[in-house]
Design a protein around this ligand. Structure first.
Ligand SMILES: C[S@@+](CC[C@H](N)C(=O)[O-])C[C@H]1O[C@@H](n2cnc3c(N)ncnc32)[C@H](O)[C@@H]1O
Length: 511
């Protein structure tokens, strides 16, 4: 482990990700639903990501919110170099990256950085040392504006408890092996799998561990290394995080795991009265964490919790506009929730999806739909929240947005995908958020950006990048192996993109 890494795994760089939950509009919507006043995020607003990894998500957020200023900090210089290059090649002028540790950031003279409206930490807090966590809290105290929001995700207890032995097992096994870390972690997982397959073993006894091993075997080893190989990884109770954050005068505002915020989706009926009977908000969250097996939390904290009165809350919610983030025929209506799965009621979900298919609509407009006359306000709001959490829709930014930076950025991302690189999203300027799409859509976007009008020609030009990266298309779960089949399928998908998605992506300010 590198001496500068404080027990954090740095031998392989982390994967590049972008998450809707980190978008300013997503966090503001979560707060609004709870009657918590979110900061006004718009021209001149400031956003910091601590531990920004490859900086892909932060670059994308900067592209999609060009009137705000973004800062990203991560101590891995290779990752920060990649982030700076992507910002430069994507033509972004409103994002700054620094290769600093949290400790070094704290040592910066005051005023070196502005104060921030939002600070995000994704995949950091339960993966670093206690010392780094304490530094993070001091940074939050120093750098967050009054009324500002913090997004923090972490492996949480008690839900992660059954997985802790697996983490130790993999870390200890991988530490013994020889060769590249990728090979060591795969070898460690294979041994864990043999244990899980053997009746009588500890891993075999836990369905959560068996399922986690199955999932892990499909993951990128770079992700696995950062999940399992850190020296000080430590799952945390919500109460511990809330108590740490108290030192920065932060109060829990809402969950960015949307379903966790709905009592009837997060706790079985038999436990709901016990939870509702508790006044202390931290104990209430703790009881919710005991009500279902939930290994991962995404919390939003606010510095100075100001409640909106009921009228303000309803006005602000009514004024929020939502847009589909996928084709209407592809919208999911079944969702994982803490207590199992939720199937969206067709009488509520279908009218919403049908209306949004004709363009963005405000909550007030959606509530006024004749087809929703019989639906309760709470049911409509819940459906919009769940669809947002599942990345099927997203609240739009207020006012008009300059889409040019997002288009420049997306053009660069799609050009890189065409060369064989992997980036899971593009920027949607209208939403100020990531639009997660398959690489075939990114190749279709590349064809549109480059003015390639013939679909077969676009597919033919895309093949060398696919060949280089080993990416292949699938039909009905079958991987297409040869060049001709991949090109034919890709040409068909590019044609479909032009016919069915191009207009939507244009409305979203993505192309
Ligand atoms: C699991 S990755 C998450 C990256 C990014 N937030 C994402 O979700 O893609 C954790 C990141 O934290 C960074 N990190 C860990 N400890 C750090 C420290 N003490 N100071 C600065 N960065 C740190 C690592 O380099 C790594 O990029």
């Amino acid at each position: 482990m590198a001496a500068w890494a404080d027990g954090y795994f740095t031998e392989i760089q982390y994967t590049a990700n972008a998450y809707a939950e980190l978008a300013p509009g997503f966090m503001a919507f979560a707060c609004l639903r709870h009657g918590v006043r979110p900061p006004d995020f718009g021209a001149g607003s400031t956003y910091l990501e601590l531990g920004c990894g490859q900086g892909f998500g932060l670059n994308l957020m900067a592209a999609a919110n060009p009137d705000a200023q973004f800062w990203g900090v991560d101590f891995h210089p290779g990752q920060i170099d990649n982030a700076i290059r992507l910002a430069r090649d994507g033509g972004l002028a409103n994002v700054t990256f620094e290769d600093l540790s949290f400790e070094q950031l704290l040592e910066q003279p005051s005023g070196a950085l502005p104060r921030f409206d939002m600070i995000a930490l994704h995949g950091i807090y339960s993966w670093v040392s206690a010392q780094a966590r304490s530094t993070i809290v001091r940074l939050l105290d120093r750098l967050l504006k009054p009324g500002g929001l913090v997004y923090v995700s972490y492996n949480c207890l008690p839900g992660w408890a059954s997985l802790a032995p697996l983490q130790k097992f993999i870390a200890e096994h991988a530490a013994q092996g020889s060769g590249a870390p990728q090979a060591r972690i795969i070898a460690a997982l294979q041994v864990a799998k043999r244990f899980a397959d053997t009746p009588g073993s500890v891993f075999h006894a836990s369905s959560a561990v068996r399922m986690r091993i199955e999932e892990a075997m499909k993951e990128d080893p770079a992700y696995l290394a950062h999940e399992y190989l850190n020296k000080y990884s430590q799952p945390l109770f919500h109460a511990e995080v809330a108590s740490d954050f108290e030192a920065a005068r932060l109060t829990f505002a809402a969950s960015a795991n949307i379903a966790d915020d709905f009592m009837h989706l997060a706790a079985p009926g038999a436990l709901q009265d016990d939870i509702l009977g508790v006044q202390d908000p931290i104990l209430r969250q703790t009881l919710l964490d005991y009500s279902a097996v939930k290994p991962f939390r995404r919390d939003i904290f606010v510095r100075g919790r100001n409640s909106l009165d009921h009228f303000d809350q309803n006005d602000q919610l009514d004024g929020l506009c939502f847009a589909l983030m996928t084709g209407a025929d592809a919208v999911l209506t079944e969702f994982p929730i803490p207590i199992g799965r939720l199937t969206g009621q067709p009488v509520v979900y279908q009218p919403l999806i049908t209306a949004l298919a004709t363009g963005p609509k405000s909550l007030a407009e959606l509530r006024a739909l004749p087809a929703l006359a019989g639906a309760a306000y709470g049911a409509v709001l819940q459906a919009l929240a769940i669809l947002t959490g599942a990345r099927q829709i997203h609240p739009l930014r207020a006012g008009t947005t300059d889409a040019a930076p997002a288009l420049r950025f997306n053009r660069e991302v799609c050009r890189r995908v065409a060369r064989g690189e992997t980036w899971n999203s593009v920027a949607a300027a209208a939403a100020g958020a990531p639009l997660r799409i398959p690489f075939s859509d990114q190749l279709a976007m590349h064809a549109v950006f480059e003015g390639i009008e013939d679909d077969a020609e676009a597919a033919r030009l895309a093949w060398p990048g696919m060949a280089r990266s080993g990416r292949r298309l699938m039909i009905n779960g079958q991987v297409l192996q040869d060049q001709a089949a991949n090109e034919a399928e890709l040409a068909a998908r590019i044609g479909d993109f032009r016919r069915y998605k191009l207009l939507l992506f244009q409305q979203l300010g993505a192309i």
